[in-house]
Ligand binder design. Structure first.
Ligand SMILES: Cc1ncc(COP(=O)(O)O)c(C=O)c1O
Length: 425
């Protein structure tokens, strides 16, 4: 469908500088293809569908990217950020390790497996990537407050990036969130607001505030199109770190579904730009049974996603009404992947399995991804002979409660050699 960029007064925000969004050309509706000019817009004026960034990419070579900084700005030509982005204070996330996970591979019976370990980002989750792009957009749009509704990790990333940028932050979380995630936000901002309700209630409140208040950039609400693009860098890095080629299979945790859809977008862009060879790849989504609306729809073979009330230890994945759920379904089906779910018990076992095989302490989201990968192999949905990457999105120190009581001292002994010998260790 050929769509026209509408030039209405409301789409040209005064004060936008030339090149504020790099090679981005417009915001395109993912539902009807209608386009609007770049600005603080996130819903299609025609059909209310979600808007996403379109680009006119210049010729980008592998060498140019490789010569860039060891953070997400090495891909700045492919992001909605200005060409001088490195000069603005930001947390500079990205270029995290792609770990050859031979021990876990042997345990799961997979021939070749890597863990893309995003727990080593500045605030220990992949959210630093999306927030870095959202901060650039907020700055270019002249926003005065940097904000988000969050299941925890996003609030950590927004609070830290806002502190570094010297912009006021206000972050909203469900009041029952894990303590370490609350402290991880409160250390960076005075304005942590705990809301009595679940994430979907917090999100609704944020949308209301965004509609009422001037100058507030809610990273995952009214600057969502810019924010979401940051997740593409996970896909770019996987391909670059594999020596500029795509893996056969990727397993990705799903809450709103944004991250999964952007890894697919990244792979498609790399193919279009000739930076990797075109080949089939399969994308799998991982959810918790206590909040698995996309997995439920996938298994039922339906397109509509019925919202649920979350009840799981995987609080970072506890989004009952996922904004990008239908796109996740589409990508899983189109690529020959699947969306699978696991119990809280399996999630705990997944956390321990990843730790004891690869020395990676993941949070509940990574426990979900590891456990789902195991289940996908056992049920024959994931091909164990193909090269596979699983994404670890966050650090286990943030969700200690979820495994307390599961691990601990093998023995508590008197400080004597005899007592030690008696343990049989
Ligand atoms: C650690 C972690 N992994 C995965 C996700 C899911 O991300 P998305 O909402 O993009 O599906 C989240 C969301 O907050 C998260 O915090």
């Amino acid at each position: 469908m050929s769509a026209v960029v509408t030039e209405s007064p409301e789409t040209t925000k005064p004060g936008l500088r030339e090149g504020a969004f790099g090679n981005a050309t417009a915001l395109s509706c993912r539902e009807c293809g209608h386009q609007v000019a770049l600005g603080p817009f996130y819903a299609c004026p025609e059909c209310f569908g979600p808007l996403e960034i379109s680009y006119a990419f210049p010729l980008v070579t592998r060498e140019e990217i490789e010569a860039g900084p060891r953070n997400i700005w090495r891909y700045k030509a492919l992001l909605p950020v200005p060409s001088d982005i490195e000069t603005s204070p930001n947390t500079e996330p990205g270029f995290t390790r792609l770990l050859d996970a031979a021990n876990l591979a042997a345990e799961l019976g997979i021939a070749k497996l890597w863990v893309k370990d995003d727990s080593t980002n500045p605030t220990n989750s992949f959210k630093d990537r999306v927030v870095a792009c959202a901060l650039s957009a907020a700055r270019e749009l002249g926003s005065t407050v940097f904000a988000c509704p969050s299941t925890g990790n996003l609030a950590n990333a927004v609070a830290a990036a806002g502190a570094r940028a010297g912009i006021k932050t206000v972050v909203f979380i469900p009041s029952n969130l894990e303590q370490p995630k609350q402290v991880n936000s409160a250390i960076f901002t005075e304005n942590l607001v705990a809301v009595d309700g679940n994430y979907d209630d917090v999100n609704k409140l944020a949308s209301e505030i965004a509609g009422e208040e001037e100058g507030w950039a809610f990273v995952n609400v009214n600057v969502r199109p810019y924010y979401a693009e940051g997740s593409k860098t996970l896909g770019y890095e996987i391909a670059e770190q594999l020596g500029w080629r795509l893996p056969d299979q990727v397993v990705i945790p799903v809450a709103s579904g944004s991250q999964l859809t952007k890894v697919d977008k990244a792979f498609q862009e790399l193919i279009k730009l000739g930076l990797v060879e075109d080949k089939p790849y399969r994308i799998f989504g991982a959810q918790a049974e206590g909040c698995g609306p996309v997995a439920t729809a996938y298994k039922a073979g339906v397109d509509a996603i019925r919202p649920v009330k979350p009840d799981t230890i995987a609080k970072s994945l506890a989004i009952g009404n996922p904004a990008d759920g239908i796109y996740v379904l589409d990508i899983a089906r189109r690529t020959g992947g699947a969306v699978e779910e696991v119990t809280d018990e399996e999630i705990r076992a997944g956390i321990v399995l990843l730790a004891r095989t690869e020395g990676i302490f993941t949070e509940t989201a990574g426990g979900t991804t590891t456990a789902v990968t195991k289940k996908l192999v056992e049920t024959g949905q994931l091909d164990p002979t193909l090269e596979t990457v699983i994404i670890n999105t966050g650090h286990g120190l943030k969700t200690l409660d979820s495994i307390s009581g599961q691990v601990g001292p093998a023995a508590t002994i008197a400080p004597s050699y005899d007592a030690f010998k008696a343990t049989g260790l």
